[in-house]
Design a protein around this ligand. Structure first.
Ligand code: GLN
Length: 333
């Protein structure tokens, strides 16, 4: 286990760290009114935008939990990480990336036209088209129960359940995803029954998690697939590396480039308001705050991550001058 932790990089488990996290949350809370909860899935429109919870694990198992860290919400697009882990573990990267690309799309997460005109494969596994293709690949070999069991394992959370209300609500309004799936079928990428693929994809989006479950998963990714507490390997280091790389380049949809400059922590968002952020070899972070920016990313969550990235040096590319510069919602800096 100690092989993986480089003590130079370990997040200091001190009162100062906790104070920095508390202050970052207080500042981030101020931007909540600049965003909106998702309403295109009607059930998500009932979310309380004032909810805000964070969990931050250092890899030595130091743990900071604040605010609504144990409130349940649906994973939404963060489930794309689960689908991708399972696909990579089952099929390996050659088969997975014959179905889906690994390039940023520069498009909204549910874009359709560019998928038809610019490419015959979905751009990457972090947008809806890519995740639908991944679910199609694994469908013959998995069941919902098997995927749920894996989600519980990798999130170290036995309480994860299907949120039936959110699932039904999305199934009743998922015309865009249906269009994407049929388009992919016409291109020979989706090979199974479209309704079966969409049912599994949508159920996985509707898994109820907490900021703590996301931080657990993030911590395992940060330590290359191994749980530092138990020593158990959950996924290969190759799978962890591919997933983290795609989180950095594509995890925040058409906000990914800006987020990488401003925050520099591989992160995946979901329209339920979750963020799963991996500070490699340093920390696993889970955030819940359902008010979203225009790209569908948690607005306060992004602000929070930008602040702790600087102050706790969690970013991939630490710039010693950075603390003097701007906050997330201003220009690139
Ligand atoms: N279930 C959502 C959808 O397919 C997930 C999107 C998201 O979280 N960005 O539209």
């Amino acid at each position: 286990m100690s092989r993986i932790i480089d003590t130079k990089y370990v997040l200091p488990d001190t009162d100062d760290t906790r104070q920095i996290v508390i202050e970052a949350m207080e500042e981030a809370r101020k931007v909540i009114p600049h965003g909106k909860v998702a309403t295109y899935i009607p059930e998500l429109g009932k979310a309380d935008p004032s909810r805000f919870g964070v969990v931050l694990y250092g890899l030595t198992n130091s743990k900071i939990c604040l605010g609504d860290y144990d409130v349940r919400f649906t994973m939404q697009s963060i489930s794309k990480l689960i689908n991708l882990c399972v696909a990579l573990e089952m099929f390996g990267p050659d088969i997975v990336f014959s179905k889906v690309g690994a390039e940023p799309s520069g498009e909204a997460f549910n874009s359709l036209v560019e998928l038809d005109t610019r490419s015959n494969k979905p751009f990457n596994p972090m947008v809806n088209s890519g995740a639908i293709a991944i679910v199609d690949l694994i469908l013959p070999k998995v069941s919902f129960d098997k995927m749920l069991a894996f989600a519980k394992e990798i999130c170290v959370d036995d309480e994860i359940t299907l949120n039936h209300e959110v699932f039904e609500s999305e199934m009743a309004t998922c015309q865009r995803n249906k269009a994407i799936a049929y388009l992919l079928q016409s291109k020979g990428i989706v090979e199974n029954d479209v309704d079966d693929v969409l049912e599994l994809y949508t159920k996985l989006c509707a898994l109820n998690v907490t900021a703590e479950s996301l931080a657990n998963f993030a911590k395992i990714l940060a330590s290359d697939g191994v749980c530092q507490l138990t020593g158990r390997r959950h996924i290969s280091s190759q799978t962890a590396r591919i997933v983290k790389t795609l989180m950095l380049t594509c995890g925040m949809y058409d906000g990914s480039g800006t987020f990488a400059v401003k925050v520099g922590i591989p992160t995946k968002s979901g329209v339920g308001g979750g963020l799963l952020a991996v500070s490699d070899k340093r920390a696993g972070i889970g955030v819940f705050s359902p008010s979203l920016d225009e790209q569908g990313n948690s607005i306060a969550g992004c602000e929070f991550l930008s602040r702790i990235a600087k102050k706790l040096k969690l970013t991939l590319f630490f710039d010693p001058e950075w603390e003097k510069i701007t906050v997330y919602n201003n220009e690139l800096g």
